[in-house]
Design a protein around this ligand. Structure first.
Ligand code: K7E
Ligand code: CUA
Length: 654
């Protein structure tokens, strides 16, 4: 058995190599027609039709592109420090990266998902998961800034996340790795039966989007890989793929690939919500960070939360079922009607599609095939809607165009395959260059996809771009799917490894995009709202500089009386009230990044001068014709000097 599996895996790797070469030779003849070039051409000064938010994978960030052009507009810092925008470096945003493990300035971000109203994308917020130190972040799509991060306790490898229900009631986090709950010192070999997997339902406040863990469902110790919400008729349910139902803890590529079928866990969250609202579940001690950025103070605060509500699925009969699904399924995708649940079995020859209606009937008729740790397992045949026969090798993810078609990526055979819901026939296939992971149709996780384009996100690019040393770019590919046949239009490089993406028409976001922060709304405790308010204040060895910027000077621009060993905080307010006029500031020898301050905003960096002298600072963002004159000096005296504290602008310090 094990040997057979090993040879299967070996064969699969050969196939990867084969298909890649095969594709490479095709790619030369794959030169695009001029009509393809026209379809992606967005003339200078024109706007793209869609936003695409592509996860940064191991960069920990989220990048913003236009479709169809593939142009990169912004990298939004989320889980990783970003010196360009001072995120995680300035005093205001450092608390965003606080966790129960302390300051964690990196994560692995996989699945962005946009908020919804009535099953349609509403363009208010976008959520994304941190996979490594389990977290979910919320980005405000009026500022394109990360405004909230919540850590997920009892979790490890927050992978089946962060998908949003159709009225943004919940954003969901499911653990990839099961662990002891609560954590404790125990032998790894005792995994089976003792480790557990938490599925977390995090409520979203409809007005402000604030996140709060409503409950965690403590499930058997499988790996919960991906998930999607029910919608329409299946609204109120959530579906999670599992693998490693073998509950192995070593040599997983073999030991977690033994069972012919793993499960999709179907969770009736409405039922559990009702149970919890009636006082069900138990509060369990926990320790997790909740970090919130306040737009009025332009500052984040981090609060450690000390308990979480956990629910044992056996206490809520009828709330959780297992649907047998071949074989180590990865993607768990629900079609726009909410009827079909696609389990993308990585090691399965066929693609399995479950029927929500049949699932309800099986539950109704109490047709149960067995149980796993007391959770009922339904019969495979009772819930099966159909199979797509041998569509390709290594299915990962499926999206829908809203016109009755599904599109599945195949990692090993490196292609996107289009098939029909209901008849399960394959109608088209197009190669990917190479080894595609996720794909994205704008509005994909909703009742209303915009089935004009699909973006395939590829793991390997090899010969597609100019070489850049051993590390070559990851890449996305854009296909036109408006016709019967898919047409490859464009390759474009991505930041980090693109996993999932989310997209929507630009018109949903553009009109709400903020142009500046109003100075009169600035409640930062160290703001200087005019040049008259600027000052330098000493408090022991700490010095606070209340500084302003406006084209083209700092106030003050000469400071004396700072000493070696001081902690100097520069609190810099940008007095500009015009669109697109940030100023930057940096100080020689500061052990942190520059600041990039938006109009009306205040940001702070810390400088600890170590050397006596007269040291310059300057504006880092080219803001006017006299940007190069936007500079100043700080005089640093010895630690025991008596130089009086003074500051000025436009006059000599006396
Ligand atoms: Cu398939 Cu993390 Cu969604 Cu990558 S995962 S591909
Ligand atoms: Cu301010 Cu350059």
């Amino acid at each position: 058995m094990k040997n057979i599996l090993k040879s299967t895996l070996a064969l699969l790797s050969v196939l990867v190599a084969f298909t890649s070469c095969n594709n490479a030779s095709k790619s030369n003849s794959g030169a695009l027609s001029s009509s393809a070039a026209e379809k992606v051409y967005v003339a200078p000064g024109e706007h793209d039709e869609f936003y695409a938010f592509i996860s940064g994978g191991f960069s920990g960030q989220l990048s913003v592109y236009g479709l169809p052009s593939g142009r990169l507009f912004k990298v939004i810092p989320v889980f990783s420090q970003d010196a360009e925008k001072a995120y995680g470096y300035n005093e205001e945003t450092k608390p965003m990266l606080n966790t129960s493990h302390g300051f964690v300035p990196w994560d692995d971000s996989h699945h962005p998902d946009i908020s919804q109203t009535n099953g349609e994308i509403d363009g208010r917020w976008i959520f994304i998961n941190g996979n490594n130190t389990p977290r979910i972040a919320k980005i405000d799509l009026s500022t394109f800034e990360t405004t909230e991060i919540i850590e997920v306790p009892n979790s490890a490898g927050n992978h089946s996340s962060s998908f949003v229900t159709e009225n943004s009631e919940y954003v969901v986090a499911g653990t990839r790795f099961s662990i002891p709950i609560p954590q404790k010192d125990m032998p790894i070999k005792d995994y089976k039966g003792n480790f557990k997997g938490a599925l977390s339902f995090i409520s979203i406040d409809p007005e402000h989007g604030h996140m709060d863990i409503k409950f965690q469902l403590i499930m058997p110790g499988f790996d919960y890989d991906l998930s999607h919400p029910g919608r329409g008729k299946s609204h109120g349910w959530f579906f999670f793929t599992t693998y490693n139902t073998e509950e192995a803890s070593t040599l997983m590529e073999v030991n977690a690939s033994q069972n012919d079928k793993d499960f999709i866990a179907a969770v009736n969250w409405k039922k559990i919500e009702e149970y919890v609202n009636n006082g069900g579940g138990t509060m369990m001690p926990a320790n997790y960070a909740h970090n919130v950025y306040d737009e009025a103070t332009h500052s984040a605060t981090s609060t450690m939360k000390k308990e979480v509500r956990v629910v044992n699925p056996l206490d809520v009969p009828g709330a959780v079922y297992f649907l047998p699904t071949p074989k180590s399924p990865h993607g768990c995708d629900v079609d726009p009607t909410g009827e079909y649940i696609v389990g993308n079995g990585k090691l399965s020859a066929n693609l399995t599609v479950h029927s929500f209606t049949k699932m309800l009937a099986a539950i109704e008729n109490n047709k149960v095939a067995g149980d796993a740790y007391g959770i009922p397992i339904l019969n495979f045949e009772d819930v099966l809607a159909g199979v797509v026969e041998q569509p390709g090798l290594g299915p990962l993810h499926t999206e829908f165009d809203g016109k009755g078609n599904a599109y599945t990526t195949f990692f090993i055979s490196s292609e996107v395959v289009k098939w029909k819901l209901g008849t399960w026939e394959v109608v088209d296939r197009q190669p990917c260059y190479y080894s595609v992971g996720h794909l994205m149709i704008p509005g994909g996780n909703s009742q209303k996809p915009w089935g004009k384009y699909v973006v395939a996100m590829n793991k390997i690019t090899k010969d597609r771009y100019l070489p850049t040393g051993p590390e070559v770019t990851q890449s996305a590919q854009l296909y036109d799917i408006s016709g019967e046949k898919m047409e490859l239009l464009l390759d474009f490089p991505t930041i980090g490894e693109p996993h999932y993406a989310a997209g929507c028409p630009a018109d949903l976001i553009k009109p709400r995009s903020k142009k500046l922060f109003k100075l009169e709304d600035n409640k930062h405790p160290y703001a200087a709202l005019s040049e008259a308010d600027t000052k330098v204040v000493r408090d022991g060895k700490t010095v606070h500089v209340y500084m302003t910027t406006i084209r083209s000077h700092f106030a003050p621009d000469n400071i004396e009386g700072v000493k070696v060993g001081d902690k100097v905080y520069f609190h810099v307010t940008n007095l500009e009230q015009d669109y697109d006029v940030p100023h930057g500031v940096s100080m020689i020898g500061a052990n942190t990044s520059e600041l990039l301050i938006m109009p009306g905003q205040t940001e702070t960096f810390l400088w600890e001068p170590k050397q006596v002298g007269v040291w310059p600072f300057y504006c880092t963002d080219f803001c006017s014709a006299l940007h190069q004159e936007m500079q100043g000096y700080v005089r640093v005296s010895p630690a025991n000097a008596n130089t009086p504290l003074k500051w000025s602008l436009g006059e000599d310090i006396e």
